[in-house]
Ligand binder design. Sequence first.
Ligand SMILES: Nc1ncnc2c1ncn2[C@@H]1O[C@H](COP(=O)(O)OP(=O)(O)OP(=O)(O)O)[C@@H](O)[C@H]1O
Ligand SMILES: [Mg+2]
Length: 398
Amino acid sequence: MTSRDTLSDELALVAAASRLIVREPSLPAVLAGAARLLTEALSADGCLAYRIEGNGELVVAATYPERLAPAEPLRLPSGFGVTGRVAADQIPAVLVDDNPRNVLHRELLGLVPGQLVSRLCVPARPPEGGCTAVLAVHSFQRREFASWEIDAAQRVADLVGLRVQLQRESSALGAFEDRWERLVAATVTAQEDERRRVAGDLHDGVTQALASLTFHLSAAEVALADRDYDFVTDQVRAARAAADLAFAEARHAISGLHSPVLDDLGLAAGLVSMARAIPNLQVEVDAQDIDLPEHVEAALFRIAQEAVQNVVKHADATRAFVSLAKRGRSVVLRVSDDGRGFVAPGPISGVVHGRSAASQFGLMGMYERVQLLGGHLSVRSEAGDGTTVEAVIPDAAG
Ligand SMILES: Nc1ncnc2c1ncn2[C@@H]1O[C@H](COP(=O)(O)OP(=O)(O)OP(=O)(O)O)[C@@H](O)[C@H]1O
Ligand SMILES: [Mg+2]
């Protein structure tokens, strides 16, 4: 063969290998294709493509012809035989009269006892360094591989190495993208939870204090017209206290802290204090002192606040009753009234998804708080027959 012929053969081989690594999406198919190209271009009898594992083990990943493929995956220990040496040294090796020791390996090549084989083994070297595969061409006829053949085979192997590196990088990128997406989803959920908490705390804590403030200021206005200055003074003091509470509640909601009432009194006494501050409604409280985690206390206090506020706003009731009790390891909060009642939503989730007015936040907020604690909220009400809201939080009581 003239050097011009060998050059054009080499170029044709490298061009075919380039097309293969660019177009073929599956890595095993790239290895199988490279094994075929090398066998045909070098007029050999076959080629085995070994993948090099992270621990240096050699795994037969593809064969040409395909019928050589072992029935069971063939693994050879790190550094085994000429293939292992080529993987470790990253330089090609030619064996003219090889007599492989491994029985499985001999079977793989179809060698009868004593039969020798000529082999050319080339390492697939990715640009980042190392060796990710070895292509081992074999010929049953004794032959010495020409230097252009060794060069051509090495170029093909290096293209395979490049492809293996790209594959690894793209799967690392895919894993990174997955992690990134999970992180974004978790961040959005956390933001949403925080937004709900702030909205809930503002709604249940601040608006209740502001409603009380409005009530006392209106009463003071009426008393002022009647020149009943003692009553005006009482109302202005009460309004001042409500304004202070609204301010403190807003500050606590924004900073994510406990309600100030809870911080000062704890849940049972906090419920009594909250009930006392309700104007124009007799609210009886029967609250057991129960050892509860802070976040459960906070949620139950907010639920009670909103339920009582609903009685004030909607029930037209004369009396309301708040109870807090332990039932086994569950804690049960109940707020009932003797008011006009309403058409209670069926399962409470119906309210959440079906509520029509965007302003109706209360029942939805109660539901969400209970749901976050793994509990259950029920609202029993019938027109003319009062309303009972009950929150049951399992496994909360110590
Ligand atoms: N104790 C009650 N007695 C009578 N009707 C009630 C009672 N509690 C709730 N409701 C009815 O259920 C509706 C929904 O209550 P919800 O607390 O979700 O919204 P809201 O009180 O109207 O507005 P928000 O709580 O957002 O200020 C109320 O508008 C009212 O019609
Ligand atoms: Mg409400």
